[in-house]
Design a protein around this ligand. Sequence first.
Ligand code: ASP
Length: 587
Amino acid sequence: MKRTGYCGAWRESHAGQTVTVAGWVHRRRDHGGLIFIDLRDYTGMVQIVMAPDILIDGVHTAHDLRAEDVLAVTGRLVRRPAGTDNTKLATGLVELQAGEIRRLSAAKTPPFVLDEAEAVAEPVRLKYRYLDLRRPAMQANLRLRHRVTALIRDYLNGQGFIEIETPMLTKSTPEGARDYLVPSRIYPGRFFALPQSPQLYKQILMLGGCDRYYQIARCFRDEDLRADRQPEFTQVDLELSFTDQEEIFALMEGVMARLFEEIVSRPLARPFRRLTYREAMSRYGSDKPDLRFGVELHDVGPMVQGSGFAVFDRALGQGGVVMGLNAPGLATFSRRELDEWTQAAVGWGAKGLAWIKVTANGCDSPIAKFFSAELLQRLCAEFDAKPGDLLLFVADAESVAQTVLGQLRLKVGGHLGLIRHDDMAFCWVTDFPLLARDEDGKRLVAMHHPFTRPVEEDLQWLDSEPLRVRACAYDLVLNGSELGGGSLRIYQRELQQRMFGVLGISPERAAERFGFLLEAFDYGAPPHGGIALGLDRLVMILAGAESLREVIAFPKTQRAVCPLTDAPSEIDRQQLDELHLKIDAAT
Ligand code: ASP
């Protein structure tokens, strides 16, 4: 009984044909003298009609069929009787009168009803992923993902790129996360690292004359899990020789335009907006600004300087800033709401939140008494505030004030319904700082990665004022999330060595970890640069899904385990011995 067509394919024009279909029992309905089965595959469902006493495999009857049994059915496809059409189903004008039925495999009662899977706890869905994947929504997501990668490949192939695989068993590639390590059996005490990205290999490919490389690359980062992060994830990774930022931007905008046109029929306005990192931080309080709405930040330090309001004066006196934003229409906020927002601001790192309600009769605020009527008027003008608006201020170190107000801005946007979910606001954020302080403030770390090229004119400060140096690094941002990032790279040995020095990596350590790259620079290195896009997030956005796990066939849970296979799992003694490993009994 070879299948002659998919379940979802049958239309009125096929009526009268004898056909064979195969798939899963979605539902069985007994209607007196007849039994109806909806048979399902990834294309849809077709209704099968049978007499209750029809024999299945010579022994069973239709009453024995259960949800998720796998059947092959041959019969005559007919027009449904008048009045029984199902307009909700693509095959709803026809039904298949079963002649012969084979049960190819029987199913136990599934742990959840497929139609209700969305309400099921995620670890259960992931443990029984094969059931979950049978659902139309998951099928649609995986097939969309396939179309996305096929389109990206097609686009890049057309631009002279070639797809090259780079190793999984490799040496540590720093991208700022912890490595997943693989012990070597042959070399006791030595380890491979799974790649955090193909960064070093793709640079070596440029040195190898490959000119334009891409890869749909799996990356591994052992980070403390934040919401919606996966320990292994996929990047569209690419690198070009003899290139510059303009070329990379135009290329990626082309990729995005193609995807959005073909997948969601949305033409994208190009070129995308560009903001420098400084501008993004000072106007939106974020290096991934959500440009779907305004509510910009303003620096009012110079205006309020010397007002006599101690909180502002102290912050300014310590080299900090006073910044604010206008929450339009929120002067109606009660004391309790203002307290809640202040708590939120404190949670993001502020010491407090100052507010001014703009009313028809002037400004209502505990701090208004510190400001002259003229100054209050100037403040209102600065924020273009109208009666009914609420001004919110943070006085602190610049980075704290910016990030807190950046979060508040999103809260205002959400609260007022200013964020339209079907808007697509792309932008490039450029000129990132090359370096940042690490968490305890002691060491300098690379903001992107150590192979990023400093902006030529800023090189003069690399040793004296390293935090002032900008990088030739850029992020692609959509609706407040980072879709990807990249940079132009260092391609001279001396500069790369200098950079390692600034990062506190000794020459010996640099030679041990990255000697192969430094040596390769000695043999003719083309200027090069590239970018990587997070494929999972991109597909999630295109699919309109809520979580990365909806667009990955076999994701890990938020606790970094795989409920399907129960990985990570313990290994037996013999394997440990072969790997020369001992587990510390205390753990
Ligand atoms: N390797 C970088 C990353 O994974 C991307 C790049 O610089 O191309 O973030």
